[in-house]
Structure formats: C-alpha cells, structure tokens
Design a protein around this ligand. Structure first.
Ligand code: 8YV
Length: 313
C-alpha cells in the first residue's frame, strides 16, 4: 500500500501492540530511535513523535530533532513528556483523553473486588487442588464501605458512576471542590481517616508526587484498602511495602508502579497485594480508539497546523 506523501515520517517511542502499530503504519512512515543512529539524515526529516503515556521521553532525544513539531501520546497522562522543553520549542503535545475513561474505571472496580475477595489466590486455590484440603479464607464485603477518591477528574467520575449499584458511600479529595454529589474533603489525611478504600485516580507529576505516604496509610488504617490506577509516582512505594508488611493497611491493588515493568520489588512477595501490568486502558476497543485519536491529532496538525486534543497543562 503506498503511503500518502503528505505526512512527514514519524518517530515511534515505546512498544505498541501489533494491531496499533499496524494501524499507525497505515497512515505514516514509522521509524524508531535506533534508526536515527543508522541514518543521521533522518534527524532532520522527523516532524512528529507518536508514543504511549507510560513511557518517559528523554529531552536529549528531542534535542536531536530540529524540525520536530508535535508529540502525540496514546494515553491521557503526559507526565512522561518534558513539557517545559516542548513549550520552549513550541512543540505541540497531544494526548487522548476521555476515550479511555471507561476501560480504566472498569479496571479500578475489578482490582478492588480482586483484593477484597482474594480473587488471584482463589484461582490458585482451585487450580492447585488446595480446595480438597481446606476452606478458602473469608474476604471483605464491598457493600456498605466508604470509598475515598484521590482525585476526581474524568476517570474518577467514571469510577464513581460504577459504584452506584454497589451500595457504598463515595467521597473525594482534590485541588478544588466541584459541583458533584460525592462529599468533598479538602485534606487527604482526613479523607484517608474517613475511608475504608482509597482509590488513587489523580494525574501523575510534581503536584502529586508521593502524596500517599506512611502518614496517609496509617490514617487509612488496618482495615483499609488502597487501589492505584493513576501513576506509581503518587505513592511512596517503600512506605506502602512497609504498611502492607506490618498490617498498617489490609491490602492494595496496583496497576502502576514507581518503575515499570516492576522489577524485583518486595511488592511481588507480599500476599496482600494484587498486581497488574499497567493495563488500565489495555482493551482492543479502547486502544484502537486512542490510536485513532492520536492519528487525528497528527493528521490535523500536519494538514491545518492545529491538533484535536492539545495538552494545555
Ligand atoms: C496509556 C496511561 O493508556 O493513559 C495513560 O496515561 O497510563 C497509559 O496506560 C497506555 O500507555 C496507552 O498505550
């Protein structure tokens, strides 16, 4: 298939599922950073980067691309992009908000039920035949619990909508109070003391760096559960490991980590934690919608000089 000649070549940064890479390749000539070392002339030809929000793009790479005009990420977060530098160069940064809200919200609910009802352990209990020997341990009911949302943006609101049939009370902490039904807490520690469950769904970045620490975990308490579908940077992981190990909190379910992929972390050896590989938006439907929006951002920028969902932060 001959590619339209009107779009400049793109640099891909990060690994894409095959179906997404194929879709992007239908519209653009794609290169990866290694190609820059093979063909130095490529540096001047690259006018766009397409990436994923769970990758961190080094400024040094951007400095090698004098004609770079746009970075389009697949994902809502853009904390992995050096925004101060892109702004200084007038490089447009785009993300893919909204199209992933439902998938991420569904995973948050699934992770919460998984930790409350010990679902990973239950699967192993049956598979290994342990059921022949003893009853499975009791879990914790979700109904009647108090849910504290850390951050109440588009994803947080989708999560709260999904809690409606679960007979729980939802409250939230955030920078500002909103005209919404859930109760607002202007102090995170007070919310943690109130809640049985904390769900971390705020953006990553300097403003939320390690706001979940030993003090907050102590406030959540020994019957408390933490779910993180946001960014690993929001949690002090050493404090969390200690709190899980010494019973400061009951358990945690984590889709994101300080370092990804998670290496040889104590988290992998704790029995009261459910671990997932940063898969919040990882469904066929959602990832394709995200790719289509990233493609729209790029084609609109290259054609009209304006993107669909530019980052304004
Ligand atoms: C992306 C993410 O969804 O959207 C985000 O901010 O955290 C990521 O999970 C994913 O990398 C898209 O491929």
């Amino acid at each position: 298939m001959t590619l339209p000649t009107r779009f400049p070549p793109l640099l891909t940064f990060g690994a894409f599922p095959e179906s997404i890479a194929h879709r992007l390749g239908q519209v653009f000539q794609l290169y990866d950073p290694d190609d820059l070392n093979v063909d130095p002339a490529l540096h001047d030809r690259i006018e766009g980067i397409v990436t994923r929000s769970n990758y961190r793009i080094p400024q040094e790479l951007l400095e090698r691309l004098p004609n770079l005009g746009i970075i389009a990420t697949n994902g809502v977060g853009y904390d992995g992009i050096p925004l101060a530098y892109t702004k200084s160069r007038g490089i447009v940064v785009t993300n893919t908000p909204d199209v992933l809200n439902k998938a991420v919200a569904e995973l948050a609910i699934g992770l919460l039920l998984a930790i409350l009802r010990h679902l990973p352990q239950a699967d192993q209990f049956v598979r290994t035949g342990a059921w022949q020997t003893r009853p499975f341990p009791l879990g914790t009911t979700l109904a009647g619990k108090k849910i504290g949302m850390v951050g109440f943006g588009r994803i947080g609101k989708e999560i709260a909508k999904r809690f409606a049939p679960f007979d729980v009370d939802v409250a939230y902490f955030g920078r500002t109070q909103q005209q919404v039904e859930p109760v607002y807490f202007n102090d995170l520690k007070t919310l943690a003391s109130y809640a049985d469950v904390l769900i971390v769904c705020c953006p990553g970045g300097p403003d939320t760096y390690q706001i979940i620490n030993a003090d907050i975990l102590r406030a959540l308490g020994p019957a408390g559960v933490l779910v993180n579908i946001s960014r690993g940077s929001v949690i002090n992981e050493a404090d969390l490991c200690k709190a899980l190990g010494d019973g400061t909190i009951l358990g945690a379910a984590l889709d994101v980590f300080n370092e990804e992929p998670l290496a040889d972390s104590p988290l992998r050896r704790l029995g009261n934690v459910v671990l997932a590989p940063h898969m919040g938006s990882a469904t066929h439907e959602t990832r394709m919608e995200m790719a289509e929006l990233a493609i729209q951002n790029l084609t609109r920028y290259f054609t009209y000089g304006q993107a669909v969902t530019p980052v304004t932060g």
